[in-house]
Design a binder for this molecule. Structure first.
Ligand code: SF4
Ligand code: SF4
Length: 302
């Protein structure tokens, strides 16, 4: 079996990446399993998804605790201990990081046990689909390439199937296919070996779970008005920067920011609260004067 864990943020297409991976593996003749894990979180919150592939029936269930491949779509998560991105990895884990930094710099900076594979897929996403934050196709292409055993045409067919369910128009699907081909050519292939063991799971080994009331697993929050204390600014991978000379003071960005992180100053110019702006970039899309620039955030540690 091969186990893959994908990390990213809500809105980056991490769940779709795992679905493309699963479908590509299925088309290539493997038994496949893929699923995300997230709760009632906002866009930008850390999320994780999983995939398992085997030549036999996949009986193992639940989160992948010890991945063979770790796909990190969002480099900033490595600085967030709560995201636990490298949990369960060791020197044998094949780690991919979407980054502009070199593999050597990433290993040193994040104290990794092994040299990670690095590729700036955000830049490729910007080039081909003009969305540097939508990583689904590119991250899936990296995963397919790293694990090996799956041909390019299976990857492309999986992308057509997963994106072509009425959600994305044909031109955008074509752009995603070109993106996938480019990533497939650029990422290294390792042709990983499948372990024979399924961790001792078998069809006869059932775990009977005790029924408990939902309140046992739901967080209870008793404090009032504490949202401002959660500084979601560290979720941000791209920073919106207002150019006041282009801004006409219409206030649309102020009205459309889902987090209430923009206020208008005395001159009717927007001021962004970077402690809490999570980088969804809705303000950029909404600004009629194109007065808000996108600056990539993760270069800051150089
Ligand atoms: S300021 Fe812009 S990027 Fe930041 S949270 Fe608000 S809409 Fe999103
Ligand atoms: S939407 Fe654009 S033009 Fe309007 S206030 Fe915001 S930055 Fe200025």
């Amino acid at each position: 079996m091969l186990r893959i864990r994908l990390h990213g943020r809500g809105g980056q297409g991490i769940k779709t990446a795992s679905q493309i991976l699963g479908t590509a593996a299925h088309l290539a003749g493997f038994q496949a399993q893929d699923f995300p894990l997230y709760g009632a979180e906002r866009r930008g919150a850390p999320i994780v998804a999983y995939a398992r592939f085997s030549k036999n029936i996949v009986l193992e269930r639940g989160p992948v605790a010890q991945p063979d491949i770790l796909l990190i779509g969002d480099e900033t998560l490595l600085s967030d201990p709560m995201a636990a991105v490298t949990q369960g990895t060791d020197a044998s884990t094949l780690i991919f990081i979407n980054s502009r930094h070199t593999s050597q710099d990433l290993k040193k900076h994040y104290h990794l046990e092994s040299l990670p594979v690095q590729l700036d897929i955000s830049e490729l996403c910007q080039k081909y689909i003009q969305k540097p934050m939508i990583l689904s196709t590119a991250l899936a292409a990296v995963g397919v390439r790293l694990m090996g055993h799956i041909d390019l045409h299976h990857l492309l067919q999986a992308i057509r199937e997963e994106l072509g369910q009425g959600r994305i128009n044909p031109e955008k699907i074509a752009a995603n296919l070109t993106l996938a081909e480019e990533v497939f050519q650029k990422a290294p292939s390792f042709d990983l070996e499948f372990s024979e063991s399924d961790n001792g799971f078998s069809a006869s080994r059932l775990v009977i779970l005790e029924r408990r009331p939902p309140v046992d697993s739901a967080p209870l929050i008793f404090a009032t008005g504490n949202m401002a204390q959660r500084k979601t600014g560290n979720w941000r991978t791209h920073r919106p920067v207002v150019h006041n000379e282009q801004c006409n003071g219409c206030g649309i960005c102020y009205a459309r920011c889902p987090e209430g992180d923009i206020r208008m100053d005395a001159n009717d110019k927007p001021v962004i609260d970077y402690d809490h702006c999570k980088g969804c970039l809705i303000c950029v899309e909404e600004c009629p004067k194109h007065a808000i620039e996108i600056i990539r955030e993760v270069e800051s540690w150089n």
